[in-house]
Design a protein around this ligand. Structure first.
Ligand SMILES: Nc1ncnc2c1ncn2[C@@H]1O[C@H](COP(=O)(O)OP(=O)(O)O)[C@@H](O)[C@H]1O
Ligand SMILES: [Mg+2]
Length: 714
């Protein structure tokens, strides 16, 4: 990767507004970035990292947390192995979002702003942030520096990124996979071969008797079919006979039904006649009924007349009685008055005055005097009345029987007449029954005659049917024979089918055997190829595996990186340190070596060796920088993957004294030479140091200025 141009806006307080730096225009060489603390030096080169990996180096917080503008942006142009790319990050601090685009040389966007496709392409063209931080990009925080990693991370990074052993691992894995596939194919083909060989080697017994048996069975089938046809003919004949018999049977059945019906009718007729006879048993001769009726009628008539006459007499008698009563009442009253007058007259006869003289005016005497003439009138009247009573009494009629008695007699006669009427009705009924019984007797005769005829007809038909008595048995016998023939035919046919199938099977097996032989030859060929493939793949998997080429690479890389780092360290920092990448160490029992990864540092002045992690802080910083640069150079030399042409160092060695500062610049130049880098961009604070750079980029007050044309040593 070669840095070309950087545009930046609104990131940290150092750059609230847009700034841009054309690094390409500065040409090849050392570029010192200078400026006061907090001016934005780290931000400047950090945003180059951020333009690729969407984060400031060594910062955990997201990029938009550093925003100082509503729409911050990083716009980075860079080259990779001669190709041009442009990365554009657009931040939205309010929404806490970030869009990242990658364009190619003609401005075509290669991504859609989303994180994943962007990261994928950056990884493909630029590499991983880990490798960036452990080699070409040394951040002020040191996070991610090679020696800031732990041992296993160092080893992994060294092997994966630096030696590109991932590629070898991939080849080995692919070869292993291929070997597994080939193994599966070999197993499959082996199995197939085994199966086919079994088929090829299996003996096929051809039974000599098969054809003869087939012939026998076929001729038996023919015979049976002829027999079956004959039987069927016979059955048809019998069936036609049976067809004649059937209507007779039907007729017989009908006649039997009719006979039963006639019997039932006769029985019913008998029963009804018997019932009529029972009813008729009590029949009397009613010859005198008319005379009795007539006599009764004239009697009733006479009674009606007699009653009328008697009632008239009774009325006239009642009238006479009433007159007699009135006469008697008058008679009684006149007699009483006569008696009274006679008493008063007798009393007058007894008094001395005889009613004359002073006492003549006495009412009583006067009345007695007046009674004299009255008494004779009264005596005449009484005599007349008595006579009249006698006359009346003699005029009373003698009634032999009263009308009420006559009415009762009439009622009795009426009852008799109703009884006679009932008797007459009953008699009429019996007469009707008698007629009906006679009718029934006639029907009975008719039915009996009919029954006799049916019975005769039936006897005739039954004797006709008896001629076909054994027809059913004969038909059954023929049917049984047909059935037997059929069974035998079925079993013969099955036998013939079996023999034919067997013959076909034998033929098929022979064909299969032939096909299997041919297929076996093919598969044996394929198997040979697959076995070769398996061996080759196994060989490749082993060769590219961790024990062979990978191991060689690791072992070869150790000395080469060591010598690069030592070349960088030579002459610097009192020429004290010499390092060694150790990729193997002796086994504890002294027999052979085991894989290992460590960096040993020898202090040449003291002739003492320690592990890199045992150095003092200051020494570690120096060695660390040399190791990181060594790794970057080694990577450049490998000439594979991304060619990293720009190195970034952010105050890597802290406050160096002037002598060491100069040596550091020399080391950077040596690194440039050894690695063939295009530019080294480093941040420093000491004028003694920056004066040694080829170009100066000064940062301050929110802007960036470049000073070109400075020559080393000026
Ligand atoms: N992690 C951070 N969070 C917020 N602001 C930061 C952070 N790091 C740096 N800054 C701010 O960004 C500005 C630039 O800092 P920096 O680039 O580190 O300066 P320099 O490297 O020149 O000393 C400063 O104002 C500083 O306060
Ligand atoms: Mg800084």
């Amino acid at each position: 990767m070669r840095l070309l141009h950087l545009g930046l806006r609104g990131l940290t307080e150092a750059f609230p507004n847009a700034v841009s730096v054309n690094f390409d225009a500065l040409g090849s060489g050392l570029i010192a970035i200078i400026g006061p603390n907090g001016a934005g030096k780290s931000t400047l080169i950090g945003s180059i990292f951020a333009a690729l990996f969407r984060q400031l180096p060594g910062q955990r917080r997201p990029l938009y947390d550093f925003a100082t503008h509503p729409h911050p942006e990083i716009d980075l142009a860079f080259g990779v192995n001669g190709a041009y790319f442009r990365s554009l990050l657009k931040l939205d601090p309010k929404a806490r979002q970030m869009e990242s685009y990658l364009f190619n040389s003609d401005g075509t966007p290669l991504t859609n702003g989303k994180k994943e496709p962007f990261q994928e392409l950056i990884r493909k063209y630029v590499g991983t942030p880990e490798f960036f931080l452990s080699s070409i990009f040394s951040s002020q925080k040191r996070t991610g520096n090679f020696l800031s990693l732990d041992r296993s991370e160092r080893k992994e990074l060294f092997i994966r990124e630096l030696l590109g052993l991932d590629r070898l691992r991939l080849i080995a894995a692919a070869a292993k996979e291929r070997a597994e596939e080939a193994g599966d194919i070999v197993t499959g083909l082996d199995g197939q071969c085994k199966g086919l060989r079994e088929v090829v080697d299996a003996p096929i017994e051809v039974p000599a008797q098969g054809e003869n048996q087939l012939r026998d069975v076929s001729s038996r089938i023919e015979r049976l079919e002829v027999q079956k046809v004959t039987l069927q003919k016979r059955l048809l004949e019998l069936q036609s006979l049976d067809a004649n018999r059937k209507p007779l049977l039907v007729e017989i059945e009908t006649l039997k039904q009719r006979l039963l019906k006639a019997d039932a009718e006769i029985a019913e007729m008998k029963r009804q006649t018997a019932r009529d006879e029972t009813l008729l048993a009590g029949k009397k001769d009613l010859g005198a009924l008319a005379e009795r009726t007539n006599a009764l009628a004239s009697r009733i008539e006479g009674l009606h007349r007699q009653i009328r006459e008697t009632q008239n007499q009774e009325a006239s008698n009642q009238e006479t009685q009433r007159t007699i009563q009135e006469l008697n009442a008058e008679l009684k009253a006149n007699s009483t008055e006569l008696d009274h007058l006679r008493v008063e007259r007798e009393e007058l006869a007894r008094v001395p005055c005889l009613g004359e003289g002073p006492y003549a005016s006495c009412p009583k005497i006067r009345r007695a005097v007046e009674a004299g003439p009255k008494i004779s009138d009264l005596e005449d009247r009484v005599t007349t009345l008595s006579l009249e009573v006698k006359v009346q009494q003699s005029s009373l009629v003698q009634i032999a029987a009263p009308s009420s008695q006559l009415t009762r007699t009439l009622q009795g006669c009426e009852r008799d007449r109703a009884k006679i009427e009932q008797e007459r009705l009953h008699y009429e009924e019996l007469r009707a029954i008698e007629a009906r019984r006679d009718e029934r007797l006639k029907t009975f005769d008719h039915l009996s005659q009919n029954r006799r005829e049916i019975a005769e007809e039936l006897a005739g038909k039954e004797s006709a049917v008896s001629a076909f008595a054994d027809l059913g048995a004969r038909m059954n016998a023929v049917r049984r024979e047909t059935e037997d023939a059929n069974h035998e035919l079925i079993s013969c046919r099955a036998e013939r089918d079996r023999l034919i199938a067997y013959r076909a099977q034998i033929k098929q097996r022979q064909e299969q055997k032939e096909a299997a032989r041919a297929r076996l030859a093919e598969i044996e060929q394929e198997l040979g190829n697959a076995k070769t493939e398996l061996e080759d793949s196994n060989y490749l998997a082993r060769a590219f595996g961790p024990d062979e080429i990978q191991l060689c690479e690791i072992q070869a890389a150790g000395p080469e990186v060591s010598s690069l780092v030592n070349a960088l360290l030579e002459g610097c920092f009192d020429n004290k340190f010499e390092i060694r990448f150790r990729t193997q160490r002796p086994k504890a029992d002294g027999r052979g070596m085991v894989d290992d990864f460590d960096i040993e540092v020898r202090n040449k002045n003291l002739d003492r060796t320690c592990l890199v992690d045992e150095l003092s802080g200051g020494q570690f910083v120096l060695v660390n920088e040399a190791v990181n640069l060594g790794i970057a150079i080694y990577n450049m030399r490998q000439g594979e993957g991304t060619c990293y042409e720009t190195l970034f160092r952010d105050e890597t060695v802290g406050a160096l004294d002037s002598a060491n500062g100069k040596e550091y610049v020399r080391m950077l130049r040596r690194a440039m030479d050894l690695g063939g880098f295009h530019q080294v961009i480093f941040i420093c604070h000491s004028p003694l140091v920056w004066e040694l750079a080829d170009n100066i980029v000064s940062v301050g007050g929110g802007s960036v200025k470049t000073e070109t044309g400075k020559l080393p040593g000026e």
